[in-house]
Ligand binder design. Structure first.
Ligand SMILES: Cc1ncc(COP(=O)(O)O)c(C=O)c1O
Length: 427
């Protein structure tokens, strides 16, 4: 097996195949479904990425919040390593139980405040999948089932209210109700049963409700859609409408949950409790895929009986072991609080730059989730410059530079970032 040792030179990370060769491999053998920046990452640690020469890049994307705890967090690495060397990491048929699954669903169900208290106060239950979009699918099934079983809507007629510029993942159902053309063009037939209204517009939601409406699926702050915080009172208004019309309200917190915005859950900014929540990304600390749908225990029991849901790897031991450690790190290291504190410092500095910049249109932020909208609408132009300067960031919806570093970012690292933002945003 010589593949990994093509050249006699020092190796960083997995192989010593050169960047140029790897880019050729990618061009020849990989789907081109991402527009990638020219950086081949060989190693990651904390808030940093390393290229083939050992050059460091501050990771201000954190894999869209998957690496909130920082890359290769020692506690999560230890948990995963122990599972592999101890012989309890491998996937096991879901026809039996594992202790890792039991412990993780207990931990996660208890981390989330009582969801949907109008249905009962016996706690929450969790259903695990792998990628985030799979748990969005579970949430959609839950909402539709509720509409049929509890509200008496004829099966097949259920409607769910969703929002403009939403992003809930890339499976056919989620792209069917996306408002971004390139996500769905040519992939029809699309999944029916969704009604789209303007994000933040409560009046439009009211108008969209009819006898077939069974629920609402919303991001409490939009990530991919342009880093938008909804107007004050929007989430509360959705809660009131959901209560009034008996709708099942689900928040997709895959990108903004688990500390990112300065609270454990983004919905806590408005003191609103949904009926169900979707989590992913940081839930397993960036090492293995894991996602979750969490809801009131009565509702989970209502919708999901044996045969109604399932996934071979969903909730397999390695993911659950990583999940236990990942959640412990978020709690023990007070990462939501840290995101609030470091986010406030960074926001102030970025606003200072914005005030002197001719390039910046608006800064929008919550915790360590910061969007810098640029006037020319081409955020990637600035991201490419940042990369040259040793910072990885990308655009959100084309027009906004997304800054979402690992929540463990230090003051020195913030200064490093600010220095570089200053260079690209001040003429
Ligand atoms: C809000 C939201 N929902 C769903 C998803 C899909 O998650 P995944 O890419 O893990 O399927 C994402 C991914 O960025 C997201 O930000």
């Amino acid at each position: 097996m010589t593949e990994l040792k093509i050249k006699e030179r020092e190796m960083i990370g997995f192989s010593n195949v050169t960047d140029d060769e790897l880019l050729n491999y990618m061009a020849a053998y990989s789907a081109s479904h991402y527009e990638r920046l020219r950086l081949v990452v060989r190693k990651t640690e904390g808030a940093w990425l390393y290229d083939e020469n050992g050059k460091k890049y501050l990771d201000c994307l954190a894999a869209y919040s998957a690496a909130n705890q920082g890359h290769h967090h020692p506690r999560i690495v230890k948990a995963v390593t122990d599972a592999l060397t101890g012989g309890y990491g491998s996937v096991v048929s879901n026809v039996v139980y594992t202790d890792a699954l039991g412990l993780f669903v207990k931990k996660l169900s208890n981390l989330v405040p009582q969801l949907g208290p109008r249905f009962g106060k016996n706690g929450n239950k969790t259903l695990l999948k792998n990628g985030g979009v799979e748990s969005v699918e579970t949430a959609i099934k839950m909402i539709r089932f509720y509409g049929w079983k509890s509200k008496g809507i004829e099966d097949g007629n259920q409607e769910i209210i969703v929002f403009s510029n939403n992003f809930h993942g890339r499976m056919i159902t989620e792209v069917s109700f996306a408002t971004t053309k390139k996500y769905k063009e040519g992939f029809g037939p699309l999944t029916p049963g969704f009604v789209t209204v303007e994000y933040g517009d409560l009046e439009a939601v009211k108008k969209a409700i009819n006898k077939n409406t069974c629920g609402i699926l919303v991001e409490p702050m939009q990530g991919e859609g342009g880093m938008y915080i909804p107007p004050d009172g929007f989430l509360k208004g959705l809660r009131e409408l959901a209560d009034k019309h008996d709708l099942f309200l689900v928040f997709d917190e895959i990108q903004v949950g688990l500390g990112r915005t300065g609270k454990m859950f983004c919905f806590e900014h408005e003191n609103v409790v949904p009926d169900g929540i979707v989590l992913g990304k940081a839930i397993s600390g960036g090492l293995v895929p894991l996602s979750a749908f969490v809801t009131n225990s009565e509702m989970m029991d209502l919708a999901f009986r044996p045969g109604a849901e399932g996934s071979t790897y969903g909730g397999y031991p390695l993911a659950c072991v990583a999940g236990c450690a990942a959640v412990d790190v978020i709690v023990d290291e007070k990462l939501p609080q840290r995101a609030a504190e470091k986010g406030a410092i960074l926001k102030k500095k970025i606003e200072g730059i914005a005030a002197r910049s001719t390039h910046v249109k608006e800064v929008r932020s919550r915790g360590l989730f910061i969007g810098i909208e640029v006037k020319n609408g081409d955020a990637m132009k600035y991201c490419r410059q940042l990369l040259e300067l040793g910072v990885l960031a990308n655009d959100s919806h084309g027009h906004t530079i997304r800054i979402s570093p690992p929540l463990i970012i230090t003051d020195d690292e913030i200064d490093y970032l600010v220095e570089r933002l200053e260079k690209i945003l001040i003429d």
